[in-house]
Design a protein around this ligand. Structure first.
Ligand SMILES: C/C=C/C(=O)SCCNC(=O)CCNC(=O)[C@H](O)C(C)(C)COP(=O)(O)OP(=O)(O)OC[C@H]1O[C@@H](n2cnc3c(N)ncnc32)[C@H](O)[C@@H]1OP(=O)(O)O
Length: 258
């Protein structure tokens, strides 16, 4: 059976490709596979970052497979909501850098997958939206919680309450994506960005990511204490000495992730 999420290694980058034609929609199976893959990547020291993209040219991902909800079965809806939660929380908490290469439509749970990544690069043809209310649903995979942090409450409400769709340039203008590139370049650009993390200490990257993400939910004074504690914890690692001494000796650091 073809996997709905394909996985390949490109050096130290894991390339995850949503592949469920025609619209790369999410199912419980594909969400569970994503969660499992991310867990495995966390344990693989060769992997420093991941890139998430969609197969084909038209769709990054059009969200949940809507046929699952057609009969109003609450059991199936619950299974899907739980699978979204597990998969996208795992993706948010991936210890390295994650980059969404938005190659086409990113709608509903497709855009929420991109929101669970650290960075978002869009192809010029990409279109983004959270149209769940249009089909009597709501974004249950982080959309109402994460989007306002990125673009502010008013833009989040335009997307979610009004069902507004954004093209790539407008998405960049409001901070939903950091960069727009020509259609054929999006994966190359995302992979190049993902590779940049390889020059950084793995432990520093993981700790900084946790600190940045926890700043959303913690008071500033508490966050500052945690930041200093995390700084001191680096002095229990070999990579801290490696990084500083490599700089002083004018050579490239050899990270050991310990
Ligand atoms: C917690 C998360 C919840 C959710 O994610 S709920 C789902 C939210 N997503 C949506 O509501 C998006 C639904 N899709 C669309 O609105 C449209 O698609 C687009 C605007 C993205 C593209 O429109 P166009 O260019 O006209 O393409 P097309 O003919 O609608 O789509 C091609 C094929 O893909 C199927 N498809 C698209 N999205 C979904 C989906 N989310 N679930 C199931 N099938 C989908 C269509 O039906 C069609 O199929 P066929 O070629 O057999 O007619």
């Amino acid at each position: 059976m073809t996997q709905k999420i394909c996985f390949t290694k490109q050096g130290q980058v894991a390339l995850l490709t949503m592949n469920n034609p025609p619209a790369n929609t999410w199912t419980v199976d594909s969400l569970n596979r994503l969660a499992t893959l991310v867990d495995e990547l966390n344990g693989d020291d060769d992997i420093r970052s991941l890139v998430l993209t969609g197969e084909g040219e038209k769709f990054f991902c059009a969200g949940a497979e809507l046929s699952v909800f057609a009969d109003g079965d609450k059991g199936k809806a619950h299974a899907m909501a739980q699978a979204f939660g597990r998969a996208f929380e795992a993706l948010s908490e991936f210890r390295g850098l994650s980059v969404a290469a938005i190659n086409g439509y990113a709608m509903g749970g497709g855009l929420e997958a991109a929101l669970a990544c650290d960075l978002r690069i869009a192809a010029a043809r990409a279109v983004m939206g959270l149209p769940e209310a249009r089909v009597g649903l709501l974004p249950c995979a982080g959309g109402t919680q994460l989007l306002p942090h990125l673009v502010g409450e008013a833009w989040a409400k335009r997307l979610i309450l009004c069902g507004e769709r954004l093209g790539a340039d407008q998405a960049q203008a409001i901070g939903l994506v950091e960069e727009v590139v020509s259609n054929g370049e999006v994966l190359t650009r995302a992979l190049a960005l993902a590779e940049r993390v390889e020059g950084q200490s793995p432990g520093s990257v993981a700790a900084c990511k946790r600190l940045i993400q926890s700043a959303r939910r913690r008071p500033l004074n508490e966050g500052r204490v945690r930041e200093r504690d995390a700084f001191m914890a680096l002095f229990d690692t070999e990579d801290q000495r490696e990084g500083v001494n490599a700089f002083l000796k004018k050579r490239e650091p050899q990270w050991r992730n310990r």
